[in-house]
Ligand binder design. Structure first.
Ligand code: BG6
Length: 466
């Protein structure tokens, strides 16, 4: 018996970097798992004039490292079609519609359609409107819109975009991607907390602080133009870090389903302690990397202006206004050109009353390895052991997310309400930074950021945990 869901996937931005690096491999993984098999077709669109054959060659290259089976590759890529498309030209949607109808029949897709917007966000609104006005949405299959970040660059632009999209698609048809929510270990935070006795300790009585680090070793590479408009705060904190924080901090959802989880996450995001100019200046550190022997300084990138004040690093201290987290800081940090590439969550417990032993710690390694380690005091030659208690298979985040979309499961996607709360928290930080001149550059490549990020914890009598 096959678990295949018949579907037509139309990718806007089919020639782009995201499609090639993430989407084609993810679609192929679902094909290998028989989630997609015979009854699927993919239309790649972009302005360029490519043939189906050329497009298939590009897809072939994108999945080359995942298999050696030539017949499998040929079978897979035969489902891919290319349609040159100008998103502003209404007539082009008619061409797309004819091709969609033809493929629908040819592959018996039951009028199920996914529309993946893997391109610059300023086109999202236009595409969504035209999909509706030119009747690319079907009446008897499912229609789902998949949106990549950034979802706005502040609260008001995000709200405007959301209004435009919800004028065309119902809320339950919109899937906003945050690819960190596709990572196996992030998906496991709810299991870890609520299917173990650990939850009894998950509060300010037992936890001293929580640290979330998303460290990147690369610089801005070829995304300088986008990144210079965004910075680490909007690129990583507004979405990935606040999503992770919400999973760690939320109350136990009433039910283990999308609606309950989403409300719990939204609630905690709305309880982040509001910031003032003073607390921003004290608790949020921004950085920009200098040059070094083999690394060009951020400002020396030839697509970035020599006086750019954009942040390539952020560290911050966030507190939450609810009884569970009274007085517990969540320290966060992320940046480019740092010492190593990893994503890690450290939960630092308090020292038990009367004990002088080091406090317990739980470490959730999200990447590169997906493990949970704990620092416990046991009787041995060394008082503290770090022991992997569990290792998970790393699944591809995009494959996880695409599979969920095929099944209509919205659990690992960001709702508008969560996004709104996140932007409302981030906007004052950005506004403060926009009006205060930083002293950049302020950190050396291949370090863990500016000295001020270390001082942020030292001031509280704490240190960043490895
Ligand atoms: C993206 C950011 O959302 O996440 C990039 O736009 C960043 O700047 C990337 O490099 C990091 O993702 P990952 O999965 O490699 O940790």
């Amino acid at each position: 018996m096959t678990t295949e869901t018949p579907v037509l996937l139309t990718i806007f931005g089919g020639t782009g970097d995201l499609a090639q690096r993430k989407l084609y491999p993810a679609i192929f993984r679902l094909f290998q798992k028989h989630q997609l098999q015979q009854h699927f077709a993919v239309i790649g669109t972009a302005r360029r004039d490519w043939s189906h054959e050329y497009y298939r060659q590009v897809v072939r290259t994108a999945i080359a490292s995942l298999t050696n089976d030539a017949a499998e590759i040929t079978n897979f890529t035969s489902h891919f079609y290319y349609q040159s498309h100008d998103v502003n030209d209404v007539a082009h949607y008619q061409t797309l519609k004819s091709l969609s109808q033809r493929l629908d029949q040819q592959y018996r897709l039951r009028h199920n359609r996914l529309f993946y917007l893997a391109m610059a966000p300023n086109f999202f609104e236009t595409i969504a409107q035209h999909l509706k006005s030119e009747q690319l949405l079907t009446t008897d299959g499912f229609n789902r819109l998949i949106i990549e970040k950034p979802f706005g660059h502040n609260y008001s632009s995000a709200e405007k975009l959301n209004k435009a999209l919800t004028a065309t698609f119902r809320t339950d048809q919109i899937f906003r991607i945050d690819h960190y929510l596709g990572k196996s270990m992030i998906q496991n935070i709810t299991n870890l907390r609520f299917n173990n006795q650990l939850e009894a300790l998950w509060n300010h009585h037992f936890i001293d602080n929580i640290q979330i680090t998303l460290s990147e070793q690369l610089g801005v590479a070829d995304r300088a133009i986008y990144y210079d408009q965004s910075g680490a705060l909007r690129d990583m904190v507004q979405n990935h870090i606040l999503q992770i924080l919400s999973l760690l901090a939320m109350e136990q959802p009433a039910f283990n389903n999308h609606q309950s989880i989403t409300i719990a996450k939204q609630t905690v995001l709305e309880q982040l302690h509001p910031l003032t100019a003073h607390t921003i200046s004290q608790n949020f550190i921004r950085g920009q990397y200098a040059g070094a022997e083999h690394v060009k300084a951020y400002r020396q990138n030839n697509q970035i202006s020599a006086d750019s004040n954009n942040d390539s690093f952020v560290a911050g201290k966030i507190t939450i206004d609810n009884p569970r987290w009274q007085g517990v800081p969540f320290y966060i940090r992320t940046g480019k050109e740092l010492a190593a590439k990893y994503t890690r969550i450290n939960v630092q417990f308090r020292t038990p009353a009367g004990s002088t032993a080091p406090a317990n710690r739980l470490t959730i390694n999200v990447e590169p390895e997906a493990t949970i380690t704990s620092a416990l005091n046991i009787q041995s030659e060394r008082p503290t052991v770090l022991k992997p208690v569990s290792a998970f298979a790393q699944n591809d985040a995009y494959a996880n997310l695409l599979q969920a979309i095929l099944h209509g499961d919205a659990t690992h996607f960001t709702t508008w309400e969560e996004l709104a709360a996140a932007w409302k928290f981030i906007d004052p930080i950005q506004a403060y930074w926009d009006t205060h001149e930083p002293e950049f550059p302020n950190y050396q490549p291949q370090t863990m950021g500016p000295q001020a990020a270390t001082d942020l914890l030292t001031r509280d009598g704490r240190t960043w945990l490895d």
